[in-house]
Structure formats: structure tokens, C-alpha cells
Write a protein that binds this ligand. Structure first.
Ligand code: 13P
Ligand code: SF4
Length: 307
């Protein structure tokens, strides 16, 4: 604790000196999430809040695509990544060239890409979506474009989970997976139910559809947090990255959280010491080629307009 307190104090001073804010994703470790993070939420909330930030500097306590999204929406601000290696298996699963090839193969079919992608991939896309608004976005795109086929990339499982909710639209998927959520199995859920009778199971839609089918509810990280707040289950398990339960549990001491643990190695690269270093040295600033940024921003802004 003394070490954590020293870093937290230094970061708070640096935030004031630099006119900086820290945006923290729900998967950040509790010592970041509950201390220096000024704004916390799911990918959608962080993108929305990034538009309204009234500071010169944004530090992203999250992964690289989140920092790029914040930069796209705030080109004049400095956006810092405490560790540039904090990537994402989904973002790594598809390139801009892949999208160009898919477009040749499916002429006229709109492309909706998950926010967990690089700016180059977003630039080749018509719309972005997050797990919190994917259903809304694909329905709006089908309506606005007058189509019943959409390329939904790159998360195969998200596309399959959304597909169940929009049977009237054909979603064409890619083979990208989240390395954290793909590890959960339906048997894990059955074992949890047997070990903890009456447990409520909440799953992230990046999980395989067979896992989501075993859950009581599927939704984004914010959706899961809202479910816990509103429904107040006596005992619950969040089938997602394990820091999420640690963070939600802080506000609900009355609820029994069962915590299987799958950590995201990319999220774990962000630490209090490297947030402090980012603010001390003003590194690593995220830069996006303006020609790419303009096209990528369009896809993100179209998403924000829908949701
Ligand atoms: P959400 O917070 O948007 O649900 O995203 C989950 C995720 O895996 C982000 O990396
Ligand atoms: Fe990417 Fe999965 Fe980690 Fe989120 S949890 S950053 S989707 S690898």
C-alpha cells in the first residue's frame, strides 16, 4: 500500500500540472480503476467520454485501440499510452488489406467493424460498433442501406451472438477471437452452477455462442455492471476478464462474487508506475496519419450518431 499510495499521489499531482485525465477501462486492475482513473467504463463509454474531455492530455488506462479511438475523436489533444505493447488479439486478427479483399468479394455489402481494431482497419470500414451497441448498429445499417447482409468483423463470436438477435439480417463473420473470452467453455458454466446452486451467470458476447447460451444474461462490461446494480443477485459470476468482478464487487459488498480468473495480458501491461512515467515524460503519444484518421473517424462518429 505505501508504494501504491506514493504512485497515486504523484499521478494526481502530474494530472494537475499537465491538465490531464486518465480514462480507465472496466478491465483495469483495481489499484488503477479505483484510484487515478477519472472516467471509467466500457469501450463505448470511453469513446463517448473522450469526445467531451476538457483537458489537454488523455492517458489511456486500457489498450492501444482505445487510445487510438480517443485520439481520433480528439485530434488536437495529446493521448498517451503508458505501454505501447498493450494490444488486443482481436485488433491483431485483421488488417486493412483484409477488408479491401473482403469488399472485392462482397461488393455493396456494408462493413461494420468492432471498435477493437486498428485505425487503418476502421478507415476501411463503414461503421464501428462496440459490444454495447452492436445490435443497434447492425439494425440501423440494414435499415439505412436497405440491405439484409452485413460484414461484421473481426470477432466471430460477437457476430454469432448478435446474429441470434437479428435473424432477419445475414452477418458475415471473420475468424478473430478474444484470447481471454475464447477460453471459457459451456462446461465451465455447468460446473459453476453445480458448485454454486442459484448462481446468476453473466457473460460477455466475445464468449463463444455455446457459452452465452448457458448464461442468464450477455452484455458489454457496462451491461454486466448495470445488471448487478439493478438486479442485485445474491450470488453472481461474470464470465469475462477477472479484474471486472474485482471492480464491480467494490460497490456491492452484499453480493457474493464467484471469481474464476482469466486475465487479459494486454490490460495488465498498464500499471501505476507506467501511468506515472507516461505523465512525467509525456510518452508514448499516439499519432495517426491524418489521411487514415479522417476516414477512421467517420466510422466511429457514425457509430456514436446511432447509439
Ligand atoms: P466492452 O468494455 O466494450 O464490453 O469491451 C470488452 C473488451 O474486451 C475490451 O477490450
Ligand atoms: Fe482484446 Fe480480449 Fe484483451 Fe479485450 S480482453 S483487450 S478483447 S484480448
Amino acid at each position: 500500500w505505501p508504494l501504491i499510495a506514493r504512485d497515486v499521489e504523484a499521478i494526481e499531482q502530474l494530472k494537475r500540472a499537465r491538465n490531464a485525465v486518465v480514462l480507465g477501462h472496466n478491465y483495469q486492475a483495481p489499484e488503477i480503476f479505483n484510484t487515478v482513473a477519472d472516467i471509467v467504463g466500457d469501450s463505448l463509454a470511453l469513446a463517448r467520454e473522450a469526445v467531451n474531455v476538457d483537458a489537454d492530455v488523455i492517458v489511456m488506462a486500457g489498450v492501444h485501440f482505445m487510445a487510438e479511438t480517443a485520439k481520433l475523436l480528439n485530434p488536437s489533444k495529446t493521448v498517451l499510452m503508458p505501454d505501447m505493447r498493450a494490444g488486443c488479439s482481436l485488433a491483431d486478427s485483421i488488417t486493412a488489406a483484409d477488408i479491401r479483399l473482403l469488399r472485392q468479394h462482397y461488393p455493396g455489402v456494408p462493413v461494420v467493424t468492432y471498435v477493437n481494431t486498428s485505425a487503418e482497419v476502421k478507415a476501411e470500414s463503414d461503421y464501428c460498433c462496440t459490444s454495447g451497441n452492436a445490435v443497434k448498429v447492425v439494425r440501423a445499417v440494414a435499415r439505412e442501406w436497405g440491405v439484409n447482409r452485413i460484414l461484421m468483423l473481426p470477432d466471430e463470436y460477437l457476430a454469432q451472438n448478435v446474429q441470434k438477435l437479428v435473424p432477419e439480417i445475414e452477418l458475415i463473420a471473420w475468424k478473430g477471437h478474444c484470447e481471454v473470452h475464447e477460453r471459457f467453455t459451456p462446461q465451465d458454466i455447468r460446473d459453476l452452477r453445480e458448485a454454486h446452486p442459484g448462481i446468476v451467470v453473466l457473460a460477455h458476447p466475445e464468449c463463444p455462442p455455446e457459452v452465452v447460451a448457458e448464461a442468464d444474461y450477455a452484455g458489454s462490461t457496462a451491461g454486466m455492471a448495470d445488471y448487478v446494480r439493478d438486479e442485485k443477485p445474491a450470488r453472481v459470476v461474470l464470465i469475462t476478464e477477472c479484474s471486472m468482478a474485482d471492480n464491480v464487487a467494490v460497490g456491492h459488498p452484499e453480493i457474493d462474487f464467484v471469481r474464476p480468473c482469466n486475465l487479459c495480458p494486454h490490460m495488465r501491461r498498464i500499471t501505476l508506475p507506467n501511468i506515472r512515467r507516461a505523465l512525467e515524460t509525456m510518452t508514448h503519444a499516439v499519432e495517426i496519419d491524418p489521411a487514415i484518421a479522417d476516414r477512421a473517424r467517420r466510422a466511429v462518429e457514425r457509430m456514436l450518431a446511432i447509439s
